[in-house]
Design a protein around this ligand. Structure first.
Ligand SMILES: CCCCCCCCCCCC(=O)SCCNC(=O)CCNC(=O)[C@H](O)C(C)(C)COP(=O)(O)OP(=O)(O)OC[C@H]1O[C@@H](n2cnc3c(N)ncnc32)[C@H](O)[C@@H]1OP(=O)(O)O
Length: 194
């Protein structure tokens, strides 16, 4: 069974996503958007350390290897961790649009259990854009990019201004992220294009 709810169906006036001219080239690693992000940050010892790579159009691939710290049932990935991997992968798409956006809705299908030690091969794409709303979907496969489907997700991201983070985040982390010497990461976190 699968099928996303009505709020994840793009409205009639939605348009096709447009890859930003300065988006990373197909095949390029995107890198982390934030040192301490649980999904992609290198500074999170138990994080997912997910690595995303730009694809053609507004699409990308990503990989995440399930560690013992990610278990729910013995020897199997926790469903919430798998949702995080999907969320992070889908969130990374926004860098190809050069838009800063946060997850408004994420719907996940769990199709097969994912054992510890498995590398989940994820593929995601933006399907439509309607104003601030970005519609996207992702799939995660076992044993390689063409392996059996383990998880799927449909999502709605909502574009936000940098104030979203300044108003709601803790000042110490915001200050540290804004003074990150890594220019690309700083731009990815805080650059908002009109
Ligand atoms: C430093 C690192 C940076 C880098 C940032 C990258 C981070 C990547 C991390 C992975 C991604 C995450 O986990 S992000 C973290 C998890 N997500 C969050 O914390 C978001 C918490 N929620 C919010 O802050 C808010 O609800 C927003 C921003 C999503 C929306 O609030 P808003 O800005 O007031 O906008 P609002 O008018 O309500 O909604 C705009 C349009 O979207 C629709 N909409 C809004 N929410 C939903 C929803 N759940 N389901 C359906 N539709 C929705 C509305 O109907 C409306 O449609 P219409 O009337 O226009 O038709």
């Amino acid at each position: 069974m699968s099928g996303s709810s009505a709020s994840l169906q793009p409205p009639a006036d939605a348009v096709k996503p447009v890859r930003h001219p300065d988006a990373p080239a197909p095949g390029d690693l995107l890198g982390a958007h934030y040192e301490h992000c649980f999904g992609c940050g290198p500074g999170q010892p138990h994080g997912l350390h997910l690595e995303a790579r730009a694809g053609e159009g507004v699409a990308l691939t990503a990989e995440f290897t399930v560690q013992p710290a990610h278990q729910g049932a013995p020897g199997l990935a926790h469903g919430g961790v798998l949702a995080t991997a999907l969320d992070e992968t889908l969130g990374s798409l926004n860098w190809l649009l050069r838009t800063v956006a946060v997850t408004g809705r994420l719907e996940t299908d769990y199709v097969r259990p994912v054992p510890v030690g498995t590398t989940l091969h994820l593929a995601a794409e933006v399907t439509a854009v309607a104003g601030r709303k970005i519609y996207s979907r992702a799939v995660g496969r076992l044993d390689g990019p063409d392996g059996p489907v383990a998880v799927r997700a449909d999502a709605l991201f909502v574009e936000v201004k940098v104030d979203h983070f300044i108003d709601h985040g803790r000042p110490e982390e915001i200050r540290a992220a804004m003074s990150d010497p890594d220019q690309v990461r700083r731009a990815r976190a805080f650059e908002v294009n009109p």
